[in-house]
Write a protein that binds this ligand. Structure first.
Ligand code: GRF
Length: 185
């Protein structure tokens, strides 16, 4: 029932996972930034962390091979990308078929990629939200597992909308990870 989480920065989704019942299943946290803020919480909880920065490696293959070297010791049943800002190669994804999930701040298939909140406002969307999806070779294109909607209010700015979507992410992701792990028994 092991879960490994990948982060790049702030780590608020990781914090929500660690503070939820599924937090007990987190065996390790990996990052592509040594200075990712989000590493502090697992470190304080004595959960192993590994950081490898792609800028220290000549190729993406070499960078990913560091992850692939350390991951097997945690025997991950699931790998949860939580604000992991690096696109994984098809070769990496094939190592963990149907075992890598991501949280994305939009109601996929709307607004793949970056700046989703501003794009939702620009499109006059009346609802927005977040999606948990399987990671496939197509960026933000894998099958959606679950979504949580957030109504767009007339006075919303990018910041206010981002805040409410992030709160929805913090509710949705730990719940879905727990369900997926339970289903994999
Ligand atoms: C979240 O909005 C997540 O959906 C997106 O990046 C953000 C990461 O936030 N992929 P955090 O690092 O979990 O605080």
């Amino acid at each position: 029932m092991s879960l490994v989480v990948f982060i790049s920065g702030r780590g608020s989704n990781l914090a929500a996972i660690l503070d939820s019942p599924v937090g007990a299943q987190v065996r390790a946290v990996f990052s592509n930034r040594h200075d990712a803020e989000g590493l502090a919480k697992p470190q304080a909880a004595k959960i192993p962390t590994h950081a490898f920065d792609e800028r220290d490696y000549a190729t993406r293959e070499e960078f990913e091979s560091k992850f692939l070297e350390y991951l097997p010791r945690y025997k991950p049943r699931l790998i949860a990308l939580a604000g992991f800002m690096k696109i994984l190669s098809p070769q990496f994804i094939q190592h963990y078929p149907q075992q890598i999930v991501n949280i994305h701040p939009s109601l996929l298939p709307h607004f793949r990629g970056l700046n989703t909140h501003q794009r939702a406002l620009d499109a006059n969307a009346t609802e927005h939200g977040c999606s948990v999806h399987w990671v496939s070779e197509e960026c933000d294109g894998g099958e959606v597992i679950a979504q949580q909607k957030v109504a767009v209010e007339p006075n919303d700015t990018e910041e206010t909308l981002a805040q409410r979507v992030l709160a929805a992410e913090h509710e949705l992701y730990p719940k879905v990870l727990a369900q997926l792990l339970a289903a994999q028994h």
